[in-house]
Design a protein around this ligand. Structure first.
Ligand code: PEP
Length: 249
C-alpha cells in the first residue's frame, strides 16, 4: 500500500468547508505527492468528498467501520463503505477505544471484515500517559497488537498507526528517535505474531504538523503520518505530504 499521509478529520467538516479544503489542497500539493495521500472525513461527507476528488489521486477513507451488517442500528458496514467507493478505513482510533469502549477483540473483528472485503486498513495503537510515564509502553503495545492480530494473515493492505494517546492534539510529541525505536519494535511484534510473518508499514500520529514533519520523516521506520488537527486545513495537509515526498530517505 503506497498511502502514507492520512488525514483524520474526526467530527469536523461541512458541505461548504469541504469544498474550500479541496481547493486549498489542490493549490498546494505537488502532483507527485498526491498518490501518497488519503483523507478520512465523517461518514456523512464521504460521498461528497469522493465526488469532489474524483479526478485526482487522493484516496477517501472512513474513520471506522463495523464488523458486520444487518440488525446493527446506527452502524456503517464495510459493504456500505465500499459501495460508495471508499476503499480505506481507520480502525481502533484511541477516541473510539476511550469514548466508545471498543476492545481489542472488537477491533480484531473489524480487521477481519475489512480484510475479507479487500479494504485497506490503518490499525491505531498507542499508550496512555500513565503507561508512558511508568515505562510500560512496549508491554502495552504488545498486548494491543497480539490481542487484535494474533494468527491473522496480513497483507500490504494493512498498516499500523502508532499514536501515543498523550501526544494527540497536545503538541507534546516523543523525540523522533524514540518513535523510530517504537516503530521498529511494533514491526517486529507484528512480524512474529501474524500468521504469515508480515512486516507492516508503521506511520506515526500525534501532533504532526508541517513544522515537525521533516524531522519525523527522516527516521528509517517512520513510514508516514496520521494527522488530526493539521489535516483540517487543506494547505497544511498538502505541505506535510510534500515534505514526506521530498524526505531524504
Ligand atoms: C489523531 O487523532 O489521529 C491525531 C493524530 O490527532 P492530532 O494530529 O491532532 O494530534
Amino acid at each position: 500500500m503506497s498511502i502514507s499521509i492520512i488525514g483524520n478529520w474526526k467530527s469536523n467538516g461541512s458541505l461548504d468547508l469541504n469544498k474550500v479544503w479541496v481547493k486549498d489542497f489542490l493549490n498546494s500539493i505537488n502532483s507527485s505527492a498526491i498518490q501518497d495521500t488519503a483523507v478520512c472525513p465523517p461518514f456523512i461527507y464521504l460521498e461528497q468528498m469522493i465526488d469532489l476528488t474524483s479526478d485526482i489521486d487522493l484516496s477517501i477513507g472512513s474513520q471506522d467501520i463495523d464488523s458486520s451488517n444487518g440488525a446493527r442500528t446506527g452502524s456503517i458496514s464495510v459493504d456500505a463503505c465500499k459501495d460508495i467507493g471508499c476503499t480505506i478505513s481507520i480502525i481502533g482510533h484511541s477516541e473510539r477505544r476511550a469514548l466508545f469502549h471498543e476492545s481489542n477483540l472488537e477491533i480484531r473483528d473489524k480487521l477481519i471484515a475489512a480484510h475479507a472485503n479487500n479494504m485497506q486498513v490503518i490499525l491505531c495503537i498507542g499508550e496512555t500517559k500513565e503507561h508512558h510515564l511508568s515505562g510500560t509502553t512496549n508491554d502495552f503495545l504488545q498486548n494491543q497488537i497480539t490481542e487484535s492480530l494474533a494468527n491473522l494473515e496480513l497483507s500490504d493492505r494493512f498498516m499500523i498507526a502508532y499514536e501515543p494517546v498523550w501526544a494527540i492534539g497536545t503538541g507534546d510529541t516523543p523525540q523522533s528517535s524514540e518513535i523510530n525505536a517504537i516503530h521498529k519494535f511494533i514491526k517486529d511484534i507484528v512480524q512474529s505474531s501474524s500468521k504469515n510473518n508480515f512486516t507492516p508499514n508503521v506511520i506515526y500520529g500525534g501532533s504532526v504538523s508541517s513544522k515537525n514533519a521533516e524531522v519525523l520523516f527522516n527516521e528509517e521506520h517512520i513510514d508516514g503520518a496520521l494527522i488530526g488537527g493539521a489535516s483540517l486545513n487543506g494547505k497544511e495537509f498538502a505541505q506535510i505530504a510534500n515534505i514526506y515526498k521530498d524526505r531524504g530517505i
